[in-house]
Write a protein that binds this ligand. Structure first.
Ligand SMILES: Cc1cc2nc3c(=O)[nH]c(=O)nc-3n(C[C@H](O)[C@H](O)[C@H](O)COP(=O)(O)OP(=O)(O)OC[C@H]3O[C@@H](n4cnc5c(N)ncnc54)[C@H](O)[C@@H]3O)c2cc1C
Length: 420
């Protein structure tokens, strides 16, 4: 039976799909495997999770193992999704610092590719990880923690699945908080460029959606952290006007699929993602690309992208602009400092996308653009490698877990090891 990723743009080559319900089963499967890649919730558009031989799903390992509110830590199994974890945290009065656009993705899969939400002061989702239990190629469980293993932990956190199955993960949590979400229409592209920092610092999490055409962006989404005495939401922000009805990021999309807007406060996990957990898209019929640029280049990068609007129109559903705080994780694009991310949701037409991506990448190249590990790119691996000074150290770390390359696939050989 053929199996595909969530969006259906990729048919997995792996012949076998193993399933494990506990650590002992993972160890047994690893011991018997020739080549093996762990499959998360299949949301990557790149071939990062594919394998020439076998994949392993930890879907059944989806429990919260331990919650220590005093230490601000939660320990989870390696297959849990944010949509399962977040309500469990909320029920105990706890929260995560941020979430991505949808709650359906797995926590380990998100960390493995430096998946992010938006927030000028908030790191990507891997920055919440404080410890990982990894089954190495010999089948032994190795624990790495931020406290005990500093440097190699910083290498493993955005691990691209190269070190072996992550069977347990510890995350930093904080007391729960409320967020309200307001969407504004009529933000001009000129104001976006000139007031970029102020716009993105104006709320906990800010997204700008645009098709790059015309004088105005499509929408400004502000997700503000609130308490009971926070004043009412602004009816105007940066020259844009608060919408009177709920909106979808895609023009004409069903707003009912989105988390609550109109400035109504609610728990963090029901506002930070754009989409509701109950809304499960049957099929994405889309392909995503995303490029990270150091934040000080935001205005120049926006100016470089605007001329692409008309050419992109036939294949672009929407672009989203977000910010991410700097971090110290070797394979995170934000190891260079604060980033702005330019995201593109395209119709699922790879040939048409392949024809326009090089031009977008060339326009962003002067600013040191890096692609998202889980999305598509036509950038040459050596150009990407140049921006990761700890890449050789990462290769050594991966070899120490997996000397024979059991967990390597074509994607890693090409993008990380430079051997394909
Ligand atoms: C509709 C949609 C919306 C998205 N929104 C965002 C967004 O807001 N922000 C953003 O940054 N990205 C976003 N993405 C991209 C997505 O978050 C990443 O591709 C992410 O890696 C997907 O996680 P996954 O669990 O589906 O992992 P998969 O795609 O299945 O795998 C990704 C990587 O994680 C590894 N992996 C997974 N689980 C384990 C494990 N237990 N042990 C070891 N390795 C493991 C895999 O081997 C692989 O290398 C979106 C994607 C889609 C389809």
């Amino acid at each position: 039976m053929t199996r595909t990723n969530w969006a259906g743009n990729l048919t997995y080559q792996a012949r076998d799909l193993h399933r494990a319900a506990d650590i002992a089963q993972v160890q047994e499967i690893v011991a018997g495997a020739r080549k093996l890649r762990v499959l998360g919730s299949r949301h990557s558009f790149s071939a990062i999770a594919d394998c020439s031989d076998a994949q392993l799903s930890l879907e059944q390992m989806n429990r919260v193992i331990a919650l220590d509110a005093g230490a601000s830590r939660v320990r989870v199994e390696g297959g849990i999704r944010y949509g399962d974890l977040a309500p469990a945290l909320q029920a105990r009065g706890l929260a995560l610092a941020n979430l991505a656009s949808l709650p359906h993705i797995s926590v380990v899969g998100a960390a493995a590719t430096a998946t992010h939400g938006s927030g000028s002061e908030t790191g990507n989702l891997a920055t919440a990880v404080t410890a990982m239990d990894i089954v190495n190629a010999s089948g032994d469980v190795v624990r790495l923690s931020r406290e005990a293993d500093g440097d190699s932990f910083a290498g493993a956190a955005v691990g691209l699945g190269a070190l072996g199955p992550v069977v347990g993960l510890t995350l930093e949590v904080e007391p729960t908080y409320d967020v309200r979400q307001t969407v504004y229409a009529g933000l001009s592209h000129d104001v976006l460029a000139t007031e970029f920092e102020a716009i993105f610092a104006s709320a906990k999490s800010v997204s700008v959606f645009t098709d790059w055409r015309g004088p105005d962006a499509n929408a400004l989404w502000r997700k503000e952290r609130v308490t009971s005495d926070t004043p009412a939401p602004l009816s105007e922000a940066f020259g844009a006007t608060a919408a009177r009805h709920a909106m979808h990021p895609l023009p004409g999309g069903a707003a009912g699929d989105c988390t609550e807007q109109l400035g109504r406060a609610g728990p963090w996990h029901e506002r930070l993602p754009h989409f509701r957990m109950e809304f499960t898209p049957s099929n994405g019929a889309e392909i995503q690309a995303e490029f990270f640029v150091p934040r000080e280049e935001a205005a120049r990068a926006i100016a470089a992208l605007r001329p692409h609007g008309e050419r992109l129109a036939p294949i672009l559903m929407i672009s989203e602009i977000r910010t991410i705080a700097g971090d110290d994780l070797w394979l995170s694009p934000a190891h260079r400092g604060p980033q702005v991310a330019f995201h593109f949701t395209f119709h699922r037409d790879w040939e048409a996308i392949r024809a326009v991506l090089p031009a977008i990448e060339a326009s962003l190249a002067p600013f040191g653009a890096l692609p998202h590990w889980g999305k598509v790119t036509t950038m040459a691996p050596d150009r990407i490698a140049r921006h990761f000074p700890r890449l050789e150290a990462f290769r050594d770390l991966a070899r120490s877990f997996d000397p024979e390359g059991k967990f390597r696939n074509d994607f890693l050989d090409r993008m990380v090891f430079g051997t394909a």
